[in-house]
Structures are given as structure tokens and as C-alpha cells.
Design a protein around this ligand. Structure first.
Ligand SMILES: [Fe+2]
Length: 244
């Protein structure tokens, strides 16, 4: 059903992502559930380059499902890829990680996180979509003791998260990263409604694509409908991205 207010919403203007920095992607080939091959990654990077995206952070999953994704291994894969395709048309690449709050997290903390920022403090963290991780607070506290600041990946996607929980997370100084395609309903109506609400409340700090594949990306971008105020808020998040 089209809400009355949707009539006042509009698609993103042409060239909206010119100069943008994407802080969350699964473009490092063959290391997680993202892009499976170098060819697919190169195709996606060329697409982003052609649309004016200036820089991309590759943030592969670090979680117990991918035990081989140690910091050393991922750094090795990243540098090998960058070296091999140094002359290919693509945005500027840098390496971070997306750290699941699971039994692997303490080990990854001890080897040092791959961060989103040049100062090596902002660490992108995710938790289970369905169930609150009971040790979340303790794990993030341990990370903060070592000087890291957690950035919660796509908080709108966690089904158990409600307004009081978001408030508690913000009170603990966790930063929030919005998934762009949550605004288009890519993860369902509830995540979409939460994304719009949290955006309007001004609680997001960064925005990323969380790109896993290129499939129908143009349609997904066209499905994003925002009010003028929301467009301004997304532009502010893109400005924050640029400062990383
Ligand atoms: Fe992700």
C-alpha cells in the first residue's frame, strides 16, 4: 500500500553517488558470502567507478563460519588483489572488516582489528539478526578498553532491536552504519521502516552498501524513495564517510 507521505518522496537524483565513499562491502573475492571471483569483483568495481564512486572499503566477514579469515590471511588476499589489478579502472580501495560478535571475536581482537578509519579505531561490528548476543556488551567493552570504537553495522536489520535498545547502544557510544538498501526494503518492511525512522532521528553516523553481488543494483537504487529532508540526511552521512 502506498502511504500518503510516499507521494512526496522522490528517487535519488542522477549522479548522487559521484565522489562517494562506500564503507561496507563484500567485494574482496572468494573470502566470504560476497563476490565469489575476481571477475565478478572487477565487474562491480568498474560499475561503481563508472557511477563516480570514489573509494570503497572492502569489509569481509570475520566470524566463526569463516575460520580461515585471519587478519594476516585477509591482508594478504587484499594486497595481492590490489597489486594484480593496479591498472584496472576502479575506485580507490582500502581494507577493513566486519566482525561478528561470536566466539571468534576475542581472537580477532587479540590479533588487532582492521578498521574503517586511518586512525585505526573504528571497528565495524555485527550481531545475529534473530537473537541478541548475550555477551555483546562485554565483548564490545573489551574492544573499547583496547581503544576501539564500535560501529554497529545495519542496526535496522536486527529484529529484536527496539527503540530502548538503540538508545542504550547510542549511550554506550556505539556508532551506527545504515545499509543503503534497507531504505529500499531489501531486507523487508520492518527493516525499511526502522531505517527511515532512525535516519530521521539522526542516529546514523555512516552509510554503506553492504554489497554482496551486483544483481539488479540499478533497480535497487531506483527503489529508494526519500523526502527532501532524508536526502539531506543521507548526504551528511556520505560526508562523514569521506572523513574516514
Ligand atoms: Fe556486511
Amino acid at each position: 500500500m502506498i502511504m500518503m507521505f510516499d507521494l512526496f518522496k522522490q528517487k535519488l537524483p542522477e549522479g548522487f553517488f559521484k565522489g562517494a565513499c562506500d564503507v561496507h562491502s563484500h567485494l574482496l573475492p572468494g573470502v566470504d558470502d560476497g563476490f565469489p571471483t575476481e571477475e565478478k569483483t572487477l565487474e562491480a568495481l568498474a560499475f561503481l567507478h563508472n557511477h563516480g564512486v570514489q573509494s570503497v572499503k572492502m569489509t569481509p566477514h570475520f566470524m566463526k563460519d569463516y575460520p580461515d579469515n585471519t587478519r594476516e590471511q585477509i591482508e594478504h588476499r587484499f594486497h595481492a588483489f590490489v597489486e594484480k589489478y593496479a591498472s584496472a579502472p576502479m575506485p580507490k580501495l582500502s581494507l577493513g572488516g566486519e566482525y561478528m560478535l561470536d566466539s571468534c571475536f576475542p581472537k580477532r581482537l587479540s590479533e588487532g582489528f582492521l578498521c574503517l578509519d586511518k586512525e585505526h579505531t573504528l571497528v565495524l561490528c555485527e550481531t545475529s539478526y534473530m537473537m541478541m548476543e548475550p555477551r555483546m556488551k562485554e565483548m564490545l567493552y573489551d574492544a573499547m578498553l583496547k581503544g576501539y570504537q564500535p560501529v554497529i553495522a545495519h542496526p535496522e536489520r536486527y529484529v529484536y532491536a527496539d527503540k530502548p535498545l538503540y538508545h542504550r547502544w547510542k549511550q554506550k557510544d556505539y556508532l551506527f552504519q545504515l545499509n543503503l538498501f534497507s531504505l529500499a526494503g531489501a531486507y523487508g518492511n520492518t527493516a525499511q521502516a526502522k531505517a527511515h525512522q532512525l535516519l530521521k532521528e539522526g542516529v546514523y553516523d555512516y552509510i554503506g552498501s553492504d554489497l554482496h553481488r551486483l544483481n539488479s543494483i540499478e533497480e535497487r537504487v531506483k527503489a529508494i524513495k526519500l523526502s527532501n529532508k532524508e536526502i539531506d540526511l543521507v548526504l551528511k552521512l556520505l560526508e562523514n564517510n569521506e572523513r574516514l
